[in-house]
Design a protein around this ligand. Sequence first.
Ligand code: FEO
Length: 394
Amino acid sequence: MTEIRPGVHWVGAINWDIRECGAYTTPHGTTYNAYLVQGSDSTALVDAVEGGFADEALRRIEKHVDPEDVDYIVCNHAEPDHAGAIGEIADATGAPVVCREACRDALEQHLPGDLEYVIRNDGETLDLGDRTLRIFEARMLHWPESTFTYLEEENVLFPNDAFGQHVAASQRFADETDWVMEEAERYYAAILQTYSTLVSRKLDELSDLEVEVIAPAHGGIWRPRSESSDPEISTEAIVERYGEWSAGEKEKKGVVVYDTMWGSTGEMAKRIAEGLMEGGAETRVFKLRESDTTEIAKELLTAEALFLGSPTLNSTMFPSVGEFLTFIEGIRPGGQGIPFGSYGWASASQNEMEERLADAGFDVEEGLTSKYVPADDELEAARRLGLDVAESME
Ligand code: FEO
C-alpha cells in the first residue's frame, strides 16, 4: 500500500542494511521516504532519497507517472540521506528543485552542478492545479535549511526528519507495526532533543494547522486516530509525545551508566540500581563498553537522574566515560547528574565528571567515591544513595 491519500504515493527507498547513521545506531535499518503528489496541472516529488537509491525511487515513480512528467522536486532538507540522489532524479525528470533560499545555499555546497532552482520561502506556495503545497521554515529541526511542506487540500504534513523513525519495514504506516513509537522516541532523543525549545515553538506555531497525516522522511507514516488501527500510534499520539519530549517531561526513572576496570565501580553501580528499584524507580543500567549509546540517549530523554560511574585511570576518567560525556554534551537531556566511582590513590575522575555533567546541562548532585575496593559500608551508602534519589522523585 503506497497511496497515503488520493493521488499521493510513497515512492521512497528502503535501506535494510544500514546500522549507523552519523553518530547514531540504526539497528532496524531505515527508509528514505519520498512522496509523489499529483495535482490536476502539475506533479511534485516531495523529498528525495540518499545517493545510490535513485534507481529504486525512480522505479517506484514509474509505477504512477513517466518520470519526465514530474514537474517539481521539493527539497525539505539538504542532508545527503534526502538530497544525495537529487542530481540523478533531476536528470531523469528534467524537473527543477523547489526549496527555500537557505536550502538552495546548502544544496549548492553539497551538490555542485547545474541544478535549476525555484525558490519558495516561508509561507509561500507551489500551485499544482487542484492541489497546493505550502512551505514552512523549520530552522534547526534539525539543520538551518530544514523545511516542512504542507499539502493543503489533503491536510498532509511532510516534515522531513521530524516525527521520523529509523525503521526499515515492508509496512508504510506507523500503526501497522507495534514497535514504531519506541523508535520514534529513540530518534527524537538522538536527532531533535538538543533542539527541544525550537520543537516546542514549532508545535505551537503549527497548532492551528489541520494535520491529518504526518508523512516523515524516515520510517512509518502517521495516520489520524480515526483511521489508525491503534489510537496510541497515530498523528495525534505522536504530536502529543513530541509535546511531552520537547517540554522535557521526566518520569520516575534512574539510569546508571558506568565503566569499570577491576569491578569496583561496577559493584557500586549494581548497588545504586538496587536502591533505585527499592525506591520504586524504573531503573536501567548500562556498562558503557557493552552498550549502545543511542539506546542510553533514549532512556535519558525521560529519566530524572543519571548516575555516571568511572574509575580513575592515569589521573583521569576511564576513556569510554569521557567519550560518553562528549556524546551527551551535544544531546543535553537534563535532570540530575550524580557521579560515582572507585580510585587507587587520587580521586581525579569525580571532579572531572562533576564539571562535565554541569557543562552538559545536568543539575549535579554529590555522588560517591571508594578507594580501591568498596567496603560493605560504602556499598550500603551506594544502595542508600539510589534509594534516596528514587524517593525524591515525584
Ligand atoms: Fe534524515 Fe537530517 O537527515
